[in-house]
Design a protein around this ligand. Structure first.
Ligand code: F3S
Length: 281
């Protein structure tokens, strides 16, 4: 059985930067290190960080004074950053520059009198961060169907959580253009996400089965799985190689492997090795 790894799979720029920086800080520092929420959405990486003494907490109040607080790559709400500054904590802000750019654009739109509409996944930390700077009349929607639940003004600014699809973004811009008189839209979808999606789809077109590797709590990994399923190829989402079942590959001659932007190389390699071992039996 042929195993083909997607041209673009695994850590994106922002995630690699976050992991590398945290590991460097932990090696060169005596202080306790805490991340606010999981640094990235991958349980195996979080376990690895915990084994090095880097703990994840839900609230700033759980962090002892004189510790280091790491802000995650998908950013945090402004109030959280302000609270951390008031406490005696050393802040290392690893918000991905692309996420910071969405914050700046949302805030600028608000300051220029636009009602900000954010395309994003409800409850996601990145969305909370964007909403925290988008003004009190900002709204967030997961799709155009939700627009009817809100009052839309005549002057609307649109941004998107970095992991959204271009398709959903275009639909939103089109729908709002039919409601508001003035629309200013910024495509803030990160290329790392859309490039991984295109690369996964291209691979799905040429194989008998797809495996998507990554955290079940990772929005961009789930999206890769959805895209492959929508294309119509049998697709399985696994976090680790132990979840792979031999019977998935019965009668198949080629398998494609892709991985979310928060999946480390060592997990992808284990999955590829496991499939290769099955195909040799
Ligand atoms: Fe940044 Fe894009 Fe990754 S926003 S964290 S480079 S998916």
């Amino acid at each position: 059985m042929k195993v083909i790894l997607s041209e673009l799979a695994g850590f994106c720029y922002g995630v690699r930067r976050a992991i590398d920086t945290v590991l460097q800080v932990s090696e060169s520092n005596e202080k306790s290190i805490y991340t606010l929420g999981p640094l990235i959405h991958n349980p195996q990486v979080i376990e690895m960080l915990e084994s090095k003494g880097i703990k994840s907490v839900k609230e700033i109040s759980e962090i002892p004074a004189n510790s280091i607080i790491i802000m995650p790559s998908h950013g945090v709400a402004r109030t959280i950053m302000e609270n951390a500054k008031k406490l005696n904590l050393e802040i290392i802000d690893l918000t991905c520059p692309f996420v910071s750019k969405v914050h700046r654009q949302a805030e600028n739109l608000y300051n220029q009198g636009y009602q900000v509409v954010v395309l994003g996944d409800k409850g996601h930390t990145e969305l909370k961060g964007i909403m925290s700077v988008a003004g009190e009349n900002a709204i967030s929607v997961e799709n155009i169907d939700e627009l009817s639940q809100h009052t839309i003004s005549n002057k609307v600014g649109i941004v998107a959580q970095t992991t959204q699809t271009i398709d959903d973004y275009q639909k939103l811009v089109y729908a709002i253009s039919g409601i508001a008189h003035e629309v200013r839209a910024y495509n803030t979808i990160c290329h790392a996400t859309s490039d991984r999606q295109k690369s996964a789809l291209k691979l799905a077109e040429s194989v008998d089965i797809m495996l998507v590797v990554g955290g079940r709590n990772s929005a961009n990994t789930r999206r890769l799985t959805e895209i492959c399923i929508e294309y119509g190829v049998p697709t399985f989402h696994v976090e680790v190689s132990d979840e792979i079942q031999d019977e998935w590959f019965a009668g198949k001659s080629s398998v494609g492997v892709t991985a979310g932007a928060s999946t480390p190389d060592w997990i992808i390699n284990q999955v590829v090795d496991r499939i290769s071992a099955i195909s040799e039996v």
